[in-house]
Design a protein. Structure first.
Length: 152
């Protein structure tokens, strides 16, 4: 009776080990299949992004040129509590800042220049930072900025 009980217990352990191994390999197979699907989808998305980026390069850059950036007013920050909406850091005395003439928002010059090279709109209010020369805009304080058009 003891030998037959030991044989049954051994058979149960072997069957349990075989079933656990099969479940383990099925689980690993499912994970590998999911990984292949996710990587394949990301790879296809990456190729689409690259091809769209090439199309944009062919159409030309939508951001401001270095000449347009130089035309925007630049000043050294002098006191007060203000944060740059691009990098989210506070202005410090003496830092170079740039004022967008159409909306009068200020940013660190380096931050907003990097932004404006990619897209010619204000990061805060989404108005155009610089339009074709020849137009003018009347600001809230009554001053007129010449050389910029009001964007719609």
């Amino acid at each position: 009776m003891g030998a037959s009980l030991l044989a049954i217990a051994t058979q149960l352990m072997v069957i349990s080990i075989i079933i656990a191994s099969i479940i383990l390999f099925i689980g690993i197979g499912v994970l590998v299949l999911l990984h292949i699907c996710i990587v394949g989808k990301a790879f296809r998305r990456g190729l689409n992004t690259i091809s769209q980026g090439e199309e944009l390069k062919n159409e030309g850059n939508n951001g401001l040129s270095p000449d347009d950036l130089e035309k925007l007013p630049c000043y050294d920050f002098d006191g007060g509590e203000k944060d740059c909406a691009v990098c989210l850091e506070s202005f410090r005395n003496g830092e170079k800042c740039r004022l967008l003439p159409t909306c009068r928002h200020s940013f660190h010059a380096q931050c907003v220049d990097y932004w404006l090279v990619k897209t010619p709109i204000c990061p805060i209010c989404r108005t155009r930072a610089c339009e074709k020369e020849g137009g003018q805009k009347r600001l809230e304080d009554g001053a007129v900025v010449i050389g910029f058009q009001v964007s719609s």
